[in-house]
Ligand binder design. Structure first.
Ligand code: FES
Length: 352
């Protein structure tokens, strides 16, 4: 398959070599599309195919495909919702608060505010530790200072970063933040909003829930928040906030043991509502639940957005991916590659 096709990306038409991924075709024309993992896992690059066709490479969900996997095969028009440009900033930890069970709330004060949409995530590198993806959220009673980022993190004994919270990582620890990323952010719309989380997947879901109640109060809202260990149902205060703001359909559930009422026993999957075509579903948590919910939503034609939790491995940067795409060695960028990295960075800045 050779030759070029006309690819229109958010209204701008470029000549795109057939066989390139949509992201690669965009980069060749100086368009940096939203992306993160570029391995088909994070969903950040999901785009709608408005007309024409592409080779979805198995990533199609309705009319959408992953732009890091789908390839140009003919003329096509694609669209994605604009998102804040990826930026970098520094900051420091100002508080680590126990929320119950294994969950802590980590509050970071950043040098520059990080614009993000409710539901997106950022990469956080505590000084001396590898970067991890976390979703910025709000305090459990729905508040946030503009120069702060709040995260919910489950402390595990073998977690390189999480086990250090409160020990090697404490108030004053320096932090670097990059982002935002992610496709599972709140959209304007009509119809019911269904929010589903497991564990600290509640962080993006809580951010979406508050924004939805304050910005789109006419939309019915259903929340299902779950944990395996009932002590990790740390979101009871948030459920009270939602109830005070008119949300009646709230289920808290733990599968490991009987939780304190009104929380119930069982997995989130046992309490899923009957989805309707007019629903918009947001799900965050374990891949098993995310897959189940996406499939059930897809069956009835409901929109479903998710940012599945990824394993904590090093992921290639935009620069590394551009160099890989051009066939260069990641460790030694050529001057051309450096120029392209600069282009990618400046294009991203322009979109702020
Ligand atoms: S799935 Fe395409 S950038 Fe992550």
């Amino acid at each position: 398959m050779s030759g070029k096709s006309r690819l229109t990306i958010n209204g701008k038409t470029i000549a795109a070599p057939n066989g390139l991924t949509l992201i690669e075709a965009g980069l060749q024309a100086g368009l940096v599309m939203p992306q993160d993992c570029c391995t088909g896992q994070c969903q950040t690059c999901r785009v709608d195919v408005l007309s024409g066709s592409v080779d979805a490479k198995g990533t199609a969900e309705g009319a959408s495909v992953l732009a890091c996997q789908a390839c140009v095969t003919g003329d096509a028009e694609i669209h994605y919702d604009p998102v804040p440009a990826v930026m970098k900033t520094g900051g420091s930890v100002i508080a680590i608060n126990d929320l119950g069970g294994e969950i802590v709330e980590v509050i970071i004060e950043v040098t520059k505010p990080v614009p993000y949409l409710p539901g997106q995530y950022v990469k956080v590198a505590f000084s001396g530790f590898p970067a991890r993806d976390f979703s910025p959220t709000l305090t459990l009673n729905g508040l946030r200072e503009i120069n702060q980022l709040i995260f919910h993190i489950r402390r595990t004994a073998d977690g390189l970063v999480s086990s250090a919270l409160g020990g090697a990582i404490k108030a004053g620890h320096r932090v670097k933040v990059t982002g935002p990323y992610g496709h599972a952010f709140l959209r304007q719309g009509e119809g019911r909003i269904v929010l589903i989380s497991t564990g600290t997947g509640f962080a993006p879901i809580w951010s979406i829930a508050v924004a939805a109640r304050l910005g789109q109060p006419h939309r019915p809202l259903t929340l299902i928040a779950s944990a395996r260990d009932p002590r990790n149902l740390y979101m009871r205060e948030s459920c009270d906030w939602l109830a005070r703001h008119g949300v009646e359909d709230i289920v808290l559930t733990a599968s490991g043991a009987n939780p304190l009422p009104p929380a119930r026993h069982g997995r989130a999957s046992a309490y899923l509502p009957s989805f309707r075509a007019t629903d918009t579903v947001y799900v965050a948590g374990t891949p098993g639940l995310v897959d189940l919910v996406r499939s059930a939503a897809q069956d009835v034609g409901a929109k479903c957005y998710s940012d599945p939790f990824l394993p904590s491995t090093s992921q290639p940067t935009i620069g590394m991916r551009i160099r890989r795409f051009l066939g260069g060695k990641p460790s030694k960028p050529s001057p051309v590659h450096a120029q392209i990295e600069t282009l990618a960075a400046s294009l991203a800045r322009e979109k702020t």
